[in-house]
Structure formats: C-alpha cells, structure tokens
Design a protein around this ligand. Sequence first.
Ligand code: ATP
Ligand code: MG
Length: 396
Amino acid sequence: LPVEFLNALPVLQALEAEGFEAYFVGGSVRDVLLNKPIHDVDIATSAYPEEVKKIFPKTIDVGIEHGTVLALVNDGQYEITTFRTESTYQDFRRPDQVTFVRSLDEDLKRRDFTINAFAMNQTGEVVDLFDGMTDLENRVIRAVGVPIERFNEDALRVMRGLRFAGQLGFSIEEQTFKAIKEAAPLLEKISIERIQIEFSKLLLSKGRKSGIESFVKSEAYQYCPGLKERSADLEKLIQLPEVAFQQEKQAWLFLVYSLGLSKSEVKPWLKQWKLSNNLIKSVQNLLVGLLYREAASWSNEMLYQIGLDDALLIEESLMYLNQEYDVNSVVELYKNLPIKSIQDLDVDGQYLIQALKKPAGPWVGKNLSAIQREVLIGQLKNDKDSIVEFIINHNQ
Ligand code: ATP
Ligand code: MG
C-alpha cells in the first residue's frame, strides 16, 4: 500500500471494528494501480453517515445528503462516503436523491468507468467487479454496464470519459465512444460549472491532443459554450506540440488564441464558461501580451504592464506556436526596468496632492499613469523634484 493509504488505515480499522465494511475506492485506487501519485484518498463504507459520525470524534458534514462525512484523524482528513445507489435520475443529470445501501457491489455499479470502480481493502486486495484490471492493462476507458444507459443517466460522464482519456492517455472503448457521441447532445442539460471542471482538466492533461481529438470526433464540442461549429479552430489546438500545460490560465489562453478571439471578446467568451473573474483577467492579460509579442519585441511599458511571470509564459507559448521567442532578453529587460510597480515611484498620490496643493481628483490618477509611462520610457527621472516639475509642465 502507498503511504497515503497506510496513513488512512486507522480509518478503515475503526469502521471495521464496529462491524462495518470499509474500502478505498475511486480515483485513488486507480492511480495506485497505475503507480501514479494520488491526491485524495476516498473511503467508502457500509456505515450510514450517522453511524460514521458516532465512530469518529471529529467530523465535518461536507456532503451529508450524498452520504459524505469528513473525518479528522491523526492530522489527516478523510472523506468517508456511505455505499449508495443513484437510482432516480431526472433530466439526464446527477440525481438529487441518493439511497444508502449496505452492499459494496451496489456502490461500485453506480460508478462511471471500469477503472474508477475498484475497491481496495486494508490488505491491498482489489475488488474488481467489471474487469477494470484488464482495461487498465489495455489502457482503455470503458463504461460500467450498458454505456448508453450510463451516459443517459448522467451526461456529465461524456466529459469525464474524454478527460480521463486525456489525463491517462487511454483510448476509449468502441461501444463507450459510440455512446459518448450519442449522448453528447445531453450536455446541454448539464450545468456549465460541472462541464468546465472536466474540460479544464482535459485542456491541462498530458494527452490533450488525443483527448481533444475525441472531443471533436464525438461532437461533444457542439454542446459546449462558444464552441459550436468551431472544429476548425479546435484543430489548431490539436496541432500544438504534445506538452502538458502547467497552468490553467495557459491552457485557456491557447483555447481563446486558437479561436482567434480579440482582447475585447475574451472576457464575455470565458464568462460563458463560468470561469472565475481572476482567471478571466489572467487569460486576458496573457492574450494581450501574446498578440502584442507576435508583432513586436517587448517594450519597457508592455513588459511592465504584463509582468514578468506572464511574459515568460508568453515566450513559452510562442515556442509552442513555432514562433520566435527569447526568454533571456525578457529576463534582462525586466531586471533593468526603472520601476516594477507603482510602489517603486518616488511619489504617491498623497504626495502629489500636497506638493501641488490641489484637492484630490481624477488628475491624480491621470498624472500617476503619465509619470509611470515617462519613467518607463526613460524620459523622466524617478525622483520627487523631477516628477513634480514634469507635472507642472505637463499640465500646462
Ligand atoms: P480525480 O483523480 O480527477 O479526482 P476521480 O476518479 O477521483 O478522479 P472524482 O470526480 O474525484 O474522480 O470522483 C471519485 C469517484 O466517484 C470516481 O472515481 C467514480 O468512481 C465516482 N464518480 C464521480 N463522478 C461520477 C459520475 N458523474 N458518475 C459516476 N461515478 C462518478
Ligand atoms: Mg478524486
């Protein structure tokens, strides 16, 4: 067992000591079997949530209506979920109601793909009801049960199948792929937030190329925000070198770049995907910088505006786009910028108000912008006297 599972053994033991069954389940077991690092340890048990809460002194209700309790044990936090079935699906979406059951088999049956439907006990024995082991060996994504029924139950699985294919570099089994294609229109019933989480993981995945290829081939893209009829643009994304992006903002940058969006189009487009305002701002900043860099080399002002981290990400992006890039020059230019941020100015708004004996107003911000610009292009020395003199002349 990996160290993460060993640390969690007391949790399984405590549940079993009370006569319940308890297993490691879900993605963590899959990742252990693939020798991949695991991020969260999921535990499933025959104990009902109220019973789980009696066994562990410290718990937090994180999703009690779905049967999930967070137990705080030995500095660790473990999500413990009661075996459950999801029998009543309405509108092709995840059900609001779940039924708790005492049977592991029932719980495994409701899971999406064979490689996600393992359970592992304390001694490392694997319960594998759907021959997921063979699929792991053959590197195949296969739905549990009758594929089309499973995608009709919850159409998010369409996106999940594509993203696991990308993340693991697996192919999608033929019947499963047919069902993905057939069920893809049902994505319109699924909340954008849930689709976006899966799509984001697909964009960031190592196997992005083949994952996006399947996304296009299955026509799932036709039912995603802003992508209808955009297969030719997605093709550009497929043509990029096969490297995994390290950051979400870079992944979305390449998407909006491939779509040919302009600076003003980015925000509303990404808003449809319900990305956070912060992420949208970052992508916008990157796109502005990238479009600028395609036409010119860095100026002090532009580099100051974009910032070093994003500028480096832009140089890397140019490399992926097979365009000229130059990391050393950016680093050098940045090092020599007269100021790196507005705090580096020898004056601030308050100082200007006092020095010029004028009441606060929009003139302060306007002048601060002008000062930064002049200092950056080397036309103005960054000291109080020079700056005040500049303002007096500038505002005449
Ligand atoms: P990751 O490594 O990205 O967390 P994961 O397999 O753990 O992947 P989760 O979304 O964390 O994925 O879900 C945990 C487990 O719950 C899955 O492995 C799967 O067994 C089950 N599961 C999650 N979402 C669904 C779904 N929509 N339909 C069926 N089973 C699901
Ligand atoms: Mg998980």
